[in-house]
Design a protein around this ligand. Structure first.
Ligand SMILES: *Cc1c(COP(=O)(O)O)cnc(C)c1O
Length: 435
């Protein structure tokens, strides 16, 4: 479920007319629905209700401070991957002490910051990282809580750039070497073994790979509980969302009847598949969902600059570009694009949807059919709440987009559009060029 739908002809987010948001704050602008995030969070928590579950929202999906505060108010902790993300948790008033620090390349400075701030666990990806965390913890006279990420060598059957649980990926330690890694960890005086972790990939649309991976790791987790007294098992994130027919998925339940090819996993199916495997462990279960919680809770509003009609092809040139939403260019991702003003009297238009950037790759969709829209009219990219703003760049000296949070009939700018001075504020012309 999500809360984007037409009321009459106008696309609304909850009770807010999205055209009014564009009018006030311009485009391109990301708009997030607080109610959708809240519903997603509660629904996932309920799916594993019998277990001791701690949801650590994978904030790399959307790390706006207002979004983080909303999650914190809901009782979420965070899965973070950099010192910058840790500082965001603190800035948003989130609970770092219940949050976990993941990533293959933690620097000494980041480890120090995490130890000083206090985190629930470091999710360790290699033996050299164990040595480094032990070293920094020793310098600070602390013990670092750790869990080792196991790579269960399971094919998540998702896009190659977002699969992480195969042996050829850079992530984690293979199950067959994991016992040695834990034995090594146990010898370090400044490490405290607290858990075990896995994460096999993103945008998974079936429970089967999760089940396969969890079933592989469960016997090992039981051994770790006996040998080292671990207290938690993090099963990672990765639950997929609807991208095709995303609008219909709001009304028709989790997926629309039309989207035969894409029937994302419901949280209920996810919970029902995993609970029987996880319950007998008697461990705290950490979930690290990112996309599932925020993906369908956000849209990117954009204005049509030109409708360029050609003999072979039409091009709808938008004011949003690959720098604002890189998923289509980077992952060949599909985003549904709909007009803010629906007018069934208008003919359909078949066009390539493109941005203004000087790259052929700056294309959101080829041969897309949608209602005809013309210069100055507004459209929304749906399911843009995850890996949208956080992956944006300033390519072509385009400022970072604005972000707005909606709650009921209220909306507020939660990140102003960047201005030119801010964009170049760190740059300077060196003295040796100034004459
Ligand atoms: C990216 C990531 C997640 C979140 O993935 P989603 O597909 O957005 O749910 C969770 N855990 C780890 C370790 C990650 O790297």
């Amino acid at each position: 479920m999500h809360h984007f739908r037409y009321t009459g002809q106008k696309l609304h987010c909850e009770s807010v007319d999205l055209a009014a948001v564009a009018q006030l704050h311009g485009t391109p602008t990301y708009v997030y629905s607080a109610q959708t995030i809240t519903d997603n969070y509660r629904r996932l928590a309920a799916s594993l209700a019998g277990l001791d579950v701690q949801i650590c929202y994978a904030m790399k999906a959307n790390s706006n401070l207002a979004v983080l505060r909303l999650f914190s108010n809901l009782g979420a902790a965070f899965d973070l991957v950099s010192g910058g993300e840790l500082r965001r948790v603190v800035a948003a008033g989130g609970d770092a002490g219940r949050s976990v620090f993941a990533g293959v390349g933690k620097t000494e400075a980041e480890i120090r910051l995490a130890l000083q701030t206090g985190v629930f666990g470091f999710h360790v990806e290699s033996e050299p990282e164990l040595a480094r965390i032990n070293h920094v913890a020793g310098q600070l006279g602390r013990k670092a809580p750790i869990a080792i990420r196991i790579n269960p060598d399971v094919d998540a059957k998702t896009h190659a750039k977002i699969t992480t649980g195969k042996s050829e990926n850079k992530f984690g330690i293979p199950l067959e070497h994991a016992a040695e890694a834990y034995a090594a960890a146990a010898k370090y005086p400044h490490l405290e073994i607290k858990g075990v972790q896995m994460h096999i990939g993103s945008q998974l649309t079936s429970a089967a790979p999760f089940v396969e991976a969890v079933a592989k790791v469960v016997p090992f987790a039981l051994r770790l509980k006996q040998d080292y007294g671990i207290t938690y098992f993090s099963v990672g994130g990765g639950i997929g969302i609807v991208y095709q027919d995303a609008l219909a998925s709001g009304d028709a339940g989790w997926w629309s009847a039309k989207s035969e090819g894409e029937r994302p996993l419901t949280p209920e199916a996810y919970g029902a598949a995993l609970a029987p495997l996880l319950a007998p462990l008697g461990l705290k279960i950490l979930l690290e969902p990112g996309r599932f919680l925020v993906g369908n809770a956000g849209v990117l509003l954009s204005r049509v600059e030109y409708l360029k009609r050609g003999a072979a092809r039409n091009f709808l040139v938008l004011d949003a570009a690959m720098n604002d939403l890189v998923r289509p260019a980077m992952y060949e991702a599909y985003h549904e694009v709909v007009p803010l003003l629906r007018d069934s009297a208008r003919p359909a238009l078949k066009a390539d949807l493109v941005g203004p950037i000087c790259e052929s790759g700056d294309c959101f969709a080829k041969d897309r059919t949608l209602q005809t829209v013309g210069e100055g009219e507004l459209v929304a990219f749906l399911s843009a709440g995850a890996y949208g703003y956080t992956m944006a760049s300033r390519y072509n000296t385009r400022p970072m987009a604005a972000e707005v949070l909606v709650s009921g009939s209220r909306f507020e700018l939660v990140n102003a559009r960047e201005n030119f001075d801010a964009m170049v504020s760190g740059e300077k012309i060196p003295g040796f060029l100034s004459t």
